[in-house]
Write a protein that binds this ligand. Structure first.
Ligand SMILES: CC(C)(COP(=O)(O)OP(=O)(O)OC[C@H]1O[C@@H](n2cnc3c(N)ncnc32)[C@H](O)[C@@H]1OP(=O)(O)O)[C@@H](O)C(=O)NCCC(=O)NCCS
Length: 190
C-alpha cells in the first residue's frame, strides 16, 4: 500500500487542491453534489490564493457556553493528505486552550479524500497519523463523528481504533440522520 504523509498546506502545494476543485471535488462532505459551492470556492482561490488559504485554514467562529464566554474561533489544524500528489485533507479542531468543542460541532476531526484517490486506505492512514499530533496537542482521546450511512467513514474510524460511544440525531443539523460518535485514544496501538 502506498504510504501517505500529512503535509502543511501552503501556497507551494495549493495547486493540487486547485486542480481537485477544478475536477469537481467538493471539500465539504455536507455539500458533495453542490457544484455552485465548488465553483465559488475555485473562483475565490484563483482570485486570491493567499486569502483563500488563510480562510480555509482558519477555524469557524462558534458560539460556546463554556464559562459563558463570547463566541470563539476554533483552533483548526489542517493537513493535506499527500502521496506525492494532493489526495484530500484531514483536520483537528478544538476550542483554544482546551481539548473541548461546543456540542453542535461534529467532532474533533474532519476529512475527505478526492474521488480518484479513494479506496486505497488513505483516510485510514491519515486518521492514524493524526493521533500522535493530537496527543502532542494534549488530547488523550479525540471524538470522531460520522453519519450512520457513511460506511466508508465508519470503517476508517473503526480501523483506526475508534470505539462507538453514542448514536443519535443532531436536531440542529440533519434531524433525520443518525450520527455515530466514536472515541479514539491517541496513544493506542491501533
Ligand atoms: C470517507 C472517506 C474519507 C474514505 O476515504 P478512503 O481513503 O477511500 O478510505 P479507505 O481507503 O481508508 O477505506 C476505509 C474502509 O472503507 C471502505 N470503503 C471505502 N470506500 C467505500 C465505499 N464507498 N463504500 C463502502 N466501503 C468503502 C474500504 O474498503 C475500507 O474498508 P476495509 O478497512 O474494510 O478495507 C471518503 O469516502 C470520502 O472522502 N468521502 C466523502 C467525504 C466524507 O464522507 N468524509 C467523512 C465525513 S465523517
Amino acid at each position: 500500500m502506498t504510504a501517505v504523509v500529512l503535509a502543511e498546506p501552503s501556497l507551494l502545494n495549493l495547486a493540487g487542491f486547485e486542480e481537485a476543485l477544478a475536477r469537481g471535488w467538493s471539500p465539504d462532505p455536507r455539500r458533495q453534489q453542490d457544484k455552485a459551492y465548488v465553483d465559488a470556492e475555485l473562483e475565490g482561490l484563483r482570485k486570491d490564493k493567499a486569502g483563500f488559504l488563510t480562510r480555509f485554514t482558519s477555524g469557524d467562529v462558534v458560539a460556546t457556553s463554556v464559562s459563558n464566554r463570547e463566541p470563539q474561533r476554533l483552533v483548526l489544524r489542517l493537513f493535506w493528505i499527500w502521496d506525492g500528489e494532493f489526495c484530500g485533507y484531514i483536520t483537528l479542531r478544538h476550542l483554544p486552550g482546551t481539548v473541548q468543542l461546543p456540542l453542535h460541532v461534529p467532532g474533533h476531526v474532519g476529512y475527505s479524500i478526492v474521488a480518484w484517490k479513494q479506496r486505497k486506505g488513505y483516510a485510514t492512514q491519515a486518521l492514524r497519523l493524526l493521533l500522535p499530533i493530537a496527543a502532542k496537542a494534549g488530547f488523550e482521546r479525540i471524538n470522531v463523528i460520522c453519519n450512520e450511512d457513511n460506511l466508508a467513514s465508519r470503517r476508517v474510524i473503526e480501523t483506526a481504533g475508534g470505539v462507538l460511544h453514542s448514536t443519535g440525531a443532531d436536531p440542529s443539523d440533519a434531524p433525520d440522520m443518525i450520527k455515530l460518535s466514536f472515541w479514539l485514544a491517541t496513544a493506542g496501538d491501533a
